[in-house]
Design a protein around this ligand. Structure first.
Ligand code: IPE
Ligand code: IPE
Ligand code: MG
Length: 224
């Protein structure tokens, strides 16, 4: 039976969820943040899951209207402030991948202080992908690896933004069937799961169903 050590989620469908209800897109992001807490708590209480990586803002999401981008930045700052007790209670370590140097100083400080405050937590590592692009991460890692004259598969991960290991399950909510530049290096042999549920309606029960299917899948990794 397969054990899911690392789960990664493309949390898609916030905007459509809100628009379907006649609300502005940002209401979907607000609700989506609540779902992040529920899913993180579920994973922190699961015996096998060690890493949960969540796609929160891509290198391409800067193309959105300024007002939506600004709202997402503010939401993240408020959320990290508000959620610190949850990280501590659930024994969750907070980690980030992506190039956050484009964020405001205040937000960068909030991210750094949340990482510092949770660095000794051991139950689960929750990774937020922020201003993240799979290509961007690979190029930055390659640059460092070349500088050290060490470009090989075995040592490559140590040059990545964080050492998380390969993804076992990649989930995308919101109905689209694409990768959108997420975690390209680490999903080489991930099992893929696509759900039509918009992220704000995603539940631990639906995740549990996917885990049951994952356990039954036959992973071969190129063997027979
Ligand atoms: C995903 O939901 C969240 C972010 C990209 C920040 P979307 O905002 O992409 O929602 P849809 O796909 O437009 O419905
Ligand atoms: C992927 O969703 C990024 C996040 C969930 C943060 P998008 O909504 O940006 O992806 P596309 O544009 O549908 O590919
Ligand atoms: Mg989307």
């Amino acid at each position: 039976m397969n054990k899911p050590r690392h789960i990664a989620i493309i949390m898609d469908g916030n905007g459509r969820w809100a628009q379907q209800k006649g609300m502005p897109r940002i209401k979907g992001h607000e609700r989506g943040a609540e779902v992040v807490r529920q899913i993180t708590t579920f994973c922190a209480n699961h015996p096998d899951i060690e890493v949960l990586t969540l796609y929160a803002f891509s290198t391409e999401n800067w193309k959105r209207p300024k007002m939506e981008v600004e709202f997402l930045m503010k939401l993240l700052d408020n959320w990290l402030q508000k959620e610190l007790p949850t990280y501590q209670k659930e024994n969750v370590r907070f980690e980030v991948i992506g190039d956050i140097s484009r964020f405001s100083k205040k937000l960068q400080e909030r991210i750094a202080s949340t990482k510092e405050a949770t660095k000794n937590n051991t139950r689960l590592t929750q990774v937020l992908a922020l201003n993240y692009g799979g290509r961007d991460e690979i190029i930055r890692a390659c640059t460092k690896a070349c500088q050290n004259g060490q470009v090989d598969e075995e040592h490559f991960e140590k040059y990545m933004d964080a050492q998380l290991g390969d993804v076992d399950m990649l989930i995308r909510t919101g109905g689209e069937k694409r990768i959108s530049n997420f975690l390209l290096w680490r999903i080489a042999y991930a099992e893929l799961f696509f759900s039509d549920t918009f992220w704000p309606d995603f539940t631990p029960q639906e995740l549990q169903k996917m885990l049951e299917e994952f356990a039954r899948r036959h992973r071969r990794f190129g063997g027979i």
